[in-house]
Design a protein around this ligand. Structure first.
Ligand SMILES: [Fe+2]
Ligand SMILES: [Fe+2]
Length: 304
């Protein structure tokens, strides 16, 4: 019996929370180009989020709207609706950083045009015959989102605990954007996996789409960091290398290489459930003190 149990996902029920989108807004006027002072590499490695997430999270929403009619569980449906609301807001908030980068001489358009193509065309709705082929492609994308959300939760948990960013004087507005988003990623970290298990749950598909998503994330991330470093108008011969990444991980300004590697077998374990990782309590505590989230709450209450 213990064998069977070990092969099933083990959710931690106390980590579940009802989700709500917070209508945040940020003012970027006083955020410097290198918002982590004296560290363009870390700044730009984290800035890749602003390149990937607007199109990526819009794509999540697009795919999930197609899955909603397939959900046969009321609580999961509520979770997915809450997830859609949060991701739509994340996409918009990161998109609003891009004009600020442009004003500072760093135009991300050549890179974001490729990312938009990837999510809208390559991963978009293909012209497939109705029935099995269309269903197959939808399930592939649902599984891919589950794998990506393993990493957004990982990063969310990391940034909530990345005290080195505070110690090094990171711009408070950027830090709040990252932590508000990170906290909501932790809050909703089980939704994509639960949805995948509900509508499909095939282990082979989980493993296969993890490999695709992980490879794509590493590829896109290192390209994005290199793009920013090479086009940063204040840098002469700016470069980004894996050695820089490893060094920043050891310094505590980025996740460590070891933590990232250790996260792989956890997702691939048959007993994995996202609620085993990160802390909803910590996420909720951050959101209760986040300047952007509390201002959004006050506006929502004022309007009610
Ligand atoms: Fe998000
Ligand atoms: Fe998410």
């Amino acid at each position: 019996m213990s064998n069977t149990r070990a092969r099933l996902p083990q959710p931690v029920a106390s980590e579940h929370i009802a989700l709500k989108a917070r209508n945040v807004s940020f003012s970027w006027d006083s955020t410097p180009l290198h918002w982590l002072p004296g560290d363009p590499f870390t700044t730009h490695t984290i800035n890749v989020l602003h390149l990937l997430l607007p199109a990526g999270e819009r794509w999540f929403v697009h795919v999930y709207k197609q899955v909603l009619p397939l959900i046969r569980d009321e609580r999961l449906r509520e979770d997915v609706i809450g997830f859609i609301g949060q991701e739509a807001m994340h996409s918009q908030a990161h998109d609003e950083v891009l004009p600020h980068l442009r004003e500072q001489g760093l135009d991300p358009t050549p890179y974001t045009a490729q990312v938009d193509w990837l999510f809208e065309k390559l991963l978009g709705d293909r012209t497939l015959p109705p029935g099995k082929p269309r269903q197959w492609w939808l399930m592939e994308r649902v599984a891919m989102i589950s794998a990506i959300e393993h990493y957004t939760a990982f990063l969310g948990d990391w940034v909530l605990n990345a005290e080195e960013l505070d110690r090094r004087g990171a711009d408070p507005t950027m830090l709040d954007l990252l932590r508000w988003h990170g906290a909501e990623e932790v809050e909703h970290r089980a939704v994509a996996f639960d949805l995948f298990m509900h509508v499909d749950g095939s282990y082979r598909r989980r493993a296969r789409t993890w490999a695709t998503a992980f490879t794509a994330l590493v590829f896109l991330w290192q390209r994005g960091a290199r793009f920013f470093m090479e086009n940063d108008p204040t840098l002469v011969d700016g470069k980004a290398s894996f050695r820089d990444f490893h060094r920043s991980g050891r310094a505590g300004t980025l996740p460590t290489t070891g933590d990232m590697i250790r996260s792989i077998p956890r997702y691939l374990s048959r007993a994995y459930h996202p609620s085993q990782e990160g802390s909803t309590e910590q996420a909720v505590a951050y959101l209760a003190s986040s300047p952007a989230a509390t201002a959004a709450e006050a506006r929502a209450n004022g309007a009610a």
